[in-house]
Design a protein around this ligand. Structure first.
Ligand code: 2HA
Ligand code: ZN
Length: 273
């Protein structure tokens, strides 16, 4: 089978387009990666070529040795992924040392994987271990309202988690572990990758101050839905704060504890201050 006939590639491209339609991917903003299953890569073997040379990842991910990833390309526009997937997206393989990758499909005309490859792969490595291999999708988007909040809320996990949870009842059910916050850092390198993957050990969402968010999940639907839920809550909070500096009423810590019992989720008391 050709890569573009596979359900994983079609799901990848649909998610990129869904994010674009939300307005979270201006120009070349954002990036997406998917850790491909063994059976999936075997099913597209006829379309894979091992002729490209290995390039440095920019960090070391020994836990991902030999794994294949579908990724968006550096400088490529999410809005073009569905129209021109072989140029805008690619499949890469990590080498046995976890220090290099090679392109085995797509990224035509000398394209390279996303500039955030170190963060994507370090997140994948952490999540693969933390979820027993269940998480396969890492998604970075420039969600407008969440970015706006990073200018007005203290950059603390406890504050972002609690404010987002209060903004929509479903939030603590969708991201019961909460969200982590990375202070402003230069994007694209190893340092921000280390800071982000540290948070990803605990959370499925990491906020990048004045930049965007990273989400991790099992499937394209769940990962996109997670980003969508976080951004919807952020939008509600932006509207509330635009109307008033003081909430008349809200969801209280006691309410969250009741919700946790009924929905069978564990909410860390750290967020129920
Ligand atoms: O341009 O979003 O963080 C891609 C990015 C970098
Ligand atoms: Zn970005």
């Amino acid at each position: 089978m050709k890569v573009l006939q596979s359900s994983f590639a079609q799901g990848f491209i649909k998610m990129a387009n869904d994010g674009y339609m939300q307005g979270w991917h201006e120009r070349n903003g954002g990036n997406l990666s998917y850790r491909i299953k063994e059976a999936e890569i075997a099913s597209v073997a006829e379309d894979i070529s091992f002729h490209d040379k290995y390039m440095p990842i920019g960090t070391t991910v020994p836990g991902l040795a030999g794994e294949f990833f579908m990724v968006t390309g550096s400088g490529k526009f999410f809005g073009n992924c569905s129209m021109d997937p072989e140029n805008c997206c690619g499949i890469i393989q990590v080498d046995d040392s976890g220090e290099q990758y090679r392109t085995v499909w797509g990224l035509k005309n000398g394209g390279r994987p996303t500039s955030e490859l170190p963060t994507h792969l370090m997140n994948h490595e952490v999540k693969k271990e933390a979820t027993g291999g269940a998480h396969r999708v890492i998604y970075h988007c420039h969600a407008t309202n969440l970015i706006a909040l990073t200018f007005v809320l203290p950059l603390e996990d406890e504050v972002f988690t609690r404010e987002l949870w209060e903004s929509a009842t479903e939030c603590p059910v969708v991201f019961p572990a909460g969200v982590g916050v990375v202070e402003w850092m230069v994007p694209g390198g190893r340092e921000i990758a280390v800071a982000t993957s540290k948070l990803m050990r605990i959370y499925d969402v990491a906020v990048w101050a004045h930049h965007g968010m990273f989400c991790s999940g099992e499937t394209f639907d769940l990962t996109f839905g997670l980003a969508h839920t976080v951004e919807k809550a952020a939008e509600i909070l932006v509207k509330v704060r635009s109307m008033t500096s003081k909430k008349q009423q809200t969801i209280t810590p006691a309410d969250f504890r009741k919700l946790a019992v009924d929905f069978g989720v564990k909410l860390d008391e750290r967020f129920l201050y």
